[in-house]
Design a binder for this molecule. Structure first.
Ligand code: GDP
Ligand code: MG
Length: 637
């Protein structure tokens, strides 16, 4: 039989009997702190578990009801599947009954039930009245029509019925998908003598195994899983939906805090800005104003944030709209995660919503932004992935980047990318590196424009260097850029020759005047043979002083009619070929050549002899042995 793991959280007003109920159900006292036992109130979340038979184990998170500890309550309910909303029969619905239900609703807890506790303290008539009242209170919420079970922890009345309802509800909880990145929002950190650091939490998604490497986010602390426990038993693997204790090797307890997230190394990215939908509770005390400072709760973490409304000056109670959350400390999260906001003061829950983008640019209100966010909220998976890729532009994204900023698990992501690539919506530009076709097309248009402007400015140059073009187009990652250039070239329009890029139809056209100067300049070098002038000397002799004369020199070099032998020293190609042939002949006859030999052979001074020899070494004709050269082939043979 397949094992099923379901997490149930308590919720409800203080003193309504949540902790007592958990103890009555499981025999485990969830109030574990000394102060909790002394004062008889729950301060922090507590844990218990209940074996319901038939392979079903309930993890139970007991939360504090006190309004001052809602923050802790939020850390507890983040990963739950079901809620037991506890209402004391003698008191009925109270403020934290409302607030906790609202929180569960905002976090989209799927299902649950209501437990009317302290049934022993109410007459049957009264019990009926309270039940009716609660039914009305639940109207329109996710608990509407769910069971309301009267229980007395004191007499044990109703406990079997409650167990049966829990088993029924738990069996109906859909299994969590396995295609997801492992994430465990940490709710407790402590040390155990002999074992070291232990963190606990509910595995939100994915799975983790003993010996696996993990990372504590957003702190960039790497560790190894030394051991795992669920419900007090050592296990080899923990999966989504399990309350889990992870024994970490390689991190200090003091380095970790509640609110951190345990996941796989290098997978998640801390965010300071989040785009999201936001719904304000109908009973929120005031409209939400743009830039309002709030307490932002996600997973087990709480950070301060400002809510930037992206539509309208304020959000009325009961209304929803798109927002950008700007955080005062980073969190790690993924799109589709749910969050809750509470007002700074008074500390009450006012709303929450769903994350859409965890790596957005700073938002500026615009119809395009609204369209984009509505697509992220409602689009098909393919449309959502396209949108993420569209936004990163021509630089594209690697699969790992997409894992960190899209809601898709590794398998789904691979399939979506394959489908989009097959349809030509997305280009695979390097291993695991993707660019949206529209971003590539825009880059192509920009490249064509930049090259057109370049040719107009520099008509005598054959093209722009790839590197200059890359910089001009915003410095797209080199590998990606080179791949895209090849694509553009294959499509026409652009031509690539060695390190130069030009418009395919660009030709250098010299007018008669320019052609005359070019010929003269070439002649100057040809006639000088193996003792060429410097460029300055050649220009001075010919009276060439215009800026475009440099371009003519470049043309001769690109045409390989002139050859650069060393910085500032150019030989005519014919003269160089001739010198090379004579040196080779000399070497074949004599076996070696000295600088003095070459001076005699070519009738040149040392100024030319040495650079020539070095050039021939670089050309791999000769190799230096002491102060002489021999033929490289001879040296090797
Ligand atoms: N008579 C009666 N008292 C109860 C019952 N459940 C809880 N209590 C009492 O109510 C008080 C608050 O209970 P507790 O579990 O701490 O409430 P919590 O704040 O919701 O966790 C304690 O004094 C309990 O003994 C019950 O079923 N019957
Ligand atoms: Mg309690």
């Amino acid at each position: 039989m397949a094992l099923r793991h379901v997490v149930v959280g308590t919720a409800g007003h203080i003193d309504h009997g949540k902790s007592t109920l958990v103890q009555a159900l499981t025999g485990i006292d969830p109030d574990r702190l000394k102060e909790e036992k002394e004062r008889g109130i729950t301060i922090d979340i507590g844990f218990a578990h209940l074996d319901l038979g038939e392979g079903l184990t309930l993890g139970i998170v007991d939360v504090p009801g006190h309004e001052r500890f809602v923050k802790n309550m939020l850390a507890g309910v983040g990963g739950i599947d079901l809620v037991m909303l506890v209402v004391a029969a003698d008191e009925g619905v109270m403020p934290q009954t409302r607030e906790h239900l609202a929180i569960c609703q905002l976090l989209r807890v799927k299902s649950g039930l209501v437990v009317l506790t302290k049934a022993d303290m109410a007459e049957p008539d009264w019990l009926e009245l309270v039940t009716e009242d609660v039914r009305g209170f639940l109207h329109g919420t996710f608990l509407d029509g769910r069971p309301i079970v009267p229980v007395s922890a004191k007499t044990g009345e109703g406990l079997p019925a409650l167990r049966a309802e829990l088993a029924r509800l738990a069996a109906a909880v859909p299994a969590r998908g396995t295609d997801a990145t492992f994430r465990l929002p940490i709710d407790r950190v402590f040390t155990i003598k002999g074992f070291g650091t232990v963190v606990t939490g509910t595995v939100l998604a994915g799975q983790v195994r003993v010996d696996e490497r993990v990372e504590v986010y957003p702190r960039s602390l790497q560790a190894k899983v030394r051991g795992l426990q669920t419900h007090g038993r050592a296990v080899g693997q923990a999966v989504a939906g399990q309350r889990t204790a992870v024994n970490l090797q390689g991190v200090e307890r003091a380095a970790i805090e509640r609110g951190d997230v345990l996941s796989l190394p290098g997978l998640l990215r801390p965010s300071f800005m989040l785009d999201a939908t936001c719904e304000l509770l109908a009973d929120a005390p005031a409209p939400l104003k743009t830039r309002q400072r709030v307490r932002f709760h996600i997973g087990t973490s709480e950070v301060m944030a400002r809510v930037h409304l992206l539509e309208g000056p304020s959000l009325e109670p009961g209304a929803r709209g798109p927002v950008q959350l700007r955080l005062e400390a980073p969190v790690v999260a993924l799109p589709r995660d749910r969050y809750v906001i509470r007002s700074y003061s008074p500390m009450v829950t006012i709303g929450g919503g769903e994350l859409l983008d965890v790596a957005p640019p700073k938002a500026r209100r615009s119809p395009a932004l609204l369209a984009r966010l509505s697509l992220l909220a409602q689009g098909t998976p393919e449309a959502v992935l396209e949108e993420h890729l569209r936004r990163v532009g021509a630089g594209g994204a690697r699969t790992a980047d997409l894992r960190a900023r899209t809601p898709f698990g590794p398998d789904a992501l691979r399939d979506l990318l394959a489908a989009l690539t097959a349809r030509g919506r997305v280009l695979l530009v390097d291993r695991e590196w993707y660019v949206h076709v529209e971003a590539a097309e825009r880059l192509r248009e920009e490249a064509v424009a930049a090259l057109g402007a370049f040719h107009a400015r520099e008509p005598l140059k054959p093209g722009m260097s790839k590197e200059e073009l890359r910089t001009r187009l915003g410095g797209v990652e080199e590998r990606v850029f080179l791949h895209l250039l090849e694509r553009f070239a294959a499509a026409g329009a652009i031509a690539v020759e060695k390190d130069k890029v030009r418009l395919a139809d660009h030709r250098i056209r010299l007018d008669a005047e320019q052609q005359r100067w070019l010929d003269r300049l070439e002649g100057e070098f040809r006639e000088a043979g193996v003792a060429p002038p410097s460029v300055e000397e050649a220009f001075a002799r010919l009276g060439m002083t215009r800026a475009e004369d440099q371009a003519l020199l470049q043309l001769l070099l690109e045409d390989r009619r002139l050859v650069r032998v060393r910085e500032g020293l150019y030989f005519h190609a014919a003269a160089l070929r001739d010198a090379e042939a004579r040196v080779a002949a000399f070497l074949r006859e004599r076996g070696e050549i000295t600088p003095q030999d070459i001076k005699d052979l070519l009738g040149v001074s040392r100024k030319y002899a040495i650079p020539l020899l070095e050039y021939l070494d670089a050309q791999r004709l000769t190799v230096r042995v002491g102060d002489r050269r021999v033929l490289r082939d001879a040296a090797r043979g």
